[in-house]
Design a protein around this ligand. Structure first.
Ligand SMILES: NC(=O)c1ccc[n+]([C@@H]2O[C@H](COP(=O)([O-])OP(=O)(O)OC[C@H]3O[C@@H](n4cnc5c(N)ncnc54)[C@H](OP(=O)(O)O)[C@@H]3O)[C@@H](O)[C@H]2O)c1
Length: 248
């Protein structure tokens, strides 16, 4: 199959592309670095010719609701329009467990993306996953203050990004299913504990300090709204444990 990957150079996008290559599929990357800006549509014309499916794992780093909504809806609509022009038969989007229960600006953007997807004309599959184990590393880098990293208090059931990538590819090569069962890792944990373990394994000297995010979003992050059994349907549970992942 020929599969276009929006965000093919990102954290999960690279793993999606690797998984597709390993299964002998052809990959068409859609990123600004490879000449396609999905906000403006520049470079998109013709890129989807002969493509069977699109996997959308594009991302923006923002907590501002308006920015996130604009980004995720514009890029989704541009993809869906280009798919209609080129008769692409399947669009697969990655989203996040619990986004309807945690009112963070970024999550509101992801919700708007889901709505744009279901309002479009493409046949689609949607996978909601929990935070990646790799999110702990991202959190360590996100808020650095001299000798400390501030990591939000957050109860999650993280999953390996490689298992998310495998699930997305599995969906793309089959018939569209609409919303697929959510995907989570094998056990719930505090993100701060995971960040401390990652920090130790990677030899990072900065101290990991937990912070409580303010307001309703912060409370929901702490109270388990991001766990699959609360924030979603019964979930598929990945097999890679945090110990396996840290060893890798
Ligand atoms: N992190 C988590 O724990 C987690 C959990 C569940 C789901 N997710 C979802 O997973 C998805 C991927 O996240 P990630 O952390 O893997 O992303 P990432 O590493 O930040 O990568 C983002 C990708 O999007 C591309 N991109 C950004 N703006 C673009 C534009 N205007 N046009 C075309 N391409 C653009 C980037 O390439 P260029 O810069 O070259 O354009 C890059 O390839 C997101 O939708 C996120 O919500 C994340």
């Amino acid at each position: 199959m020929k599969v276009a990957v929006a965000g093919a150079t990102g954290l999960v996008g690279q793993l999606v592309a690797k998984t597709l290559h390993a299964q002998s599929h052809e990959v068409v990357p859609l990123t600004r670095g490879t000449g396609v800006d999905l906000m403006t549509g520049n470079g998109l014309a013709g890129r989807l010719n002969g493509v069977d499916a699109v996997i959308d794992v594009i991302n923006i780093s923002t907590q501002r609701r308006a920015v996130a909504e604009e980004f995720f809806t514009t890029t989704t609509r541009r993809l869906l329009e280009a798919e209609a022009d080129c008769e692409v038969r399947h669009h697969v989007t990655l989203s996040i467990v619990g986004i309807d229960l945690v009112p963070l600006g970024y999550y509101q953007g992801k919700l708007a993306q889901e709505q744009a997807l279901s309002a479009g004309s493409s046949q689609w599959s949607l996978l909601r996953a929990t935070q990646f184990y790799e999110f702990a590393q991202q959190s360590l880098d996100f808020m650095k203050l001299g000798p400390v990293s501030l990591v939000p208090r957050m109860l999650s059931q993280p999953v390996a990004a490689s298992e998310v990538a495998a699930m997305l590819v599995g969906l793309a090569v089959q018939q569209p299913v609409g919303r697929a069962p959510d995907l989570a890792g094998p056990e719930p944990m505090q993100m701060v504990d995971l960040a401390r373990r990652v920090s130790k394994v990677r030899g990072i000297k900065r101290r990991v300090v937990p912070i409580s995010m303010p307001g309703a979003a912060g409370r929901a992050m702490r109270d388990g709204s991001l766990l699959p059994q609360i924030g979603g349907q019964p979930a598929t549970v990945g097999s890679m444990t945090v110990d396996d992942w840290l060893e890798q």
